[in-house]
Design a protein around this ligand. Structure first.
Ligand SMILES: [Zn+2]
Length: 115
């Protein structure tokens, strides 16, 4: 039995639970097309705690997601560092809706930015 990373499409043995490269929880479903496996940056969280909270929220709803740290200065914010939430293209709309709801409900702050 083989498992796959829904973010980068790497293959792993069944005993592995998370992708070594990006920390994403592996699935048994094989990613089919480059569209489905293409990773999209969707949200810039203000700090790593909030990024972790968003990843946990998305994963609990069955949405694969990970984040990476960026120093991109073109984003309209005073923060010097950003924590960029990334999902596969096919999960993008669901992930955006979940983050919007989390902001509205006060689960996360409104200091992050949609990309
Ligand atoms: Zn991966």
């Amino acid at each position: 039995m083989t498992k796959y990373c829904p973010i980068c499409a790497s293959e792993y043995l069944d005993s592995v639970t998370h992708c070594v490269d990006d920390g994403t929880r592996l699935t048994k479903e094989k990613p089919k097309t480059s569209y489905e496996t293409a990773a999209y940056d969707i949200y810039a969280a203000a700090n790593d705690i909030e990024a972790e909270r968003i990843i946990t929220l998305l994963n609990s709803e069955g949405v694969p997601a990970t984040y990476y740290q960026s120093n991109v200065s073109s984003l309209p914010s005073d923060a010097s560092k950003h924590f960029i939430i990334t999902t596969p293209a096919k999960s993008r709309n669901v992930a955006l809706a979940l983050i919007q709801n989390a902001r509205k409900d006060g689960v996360i702050s409104d200091t992050g930015m949609f990309i």
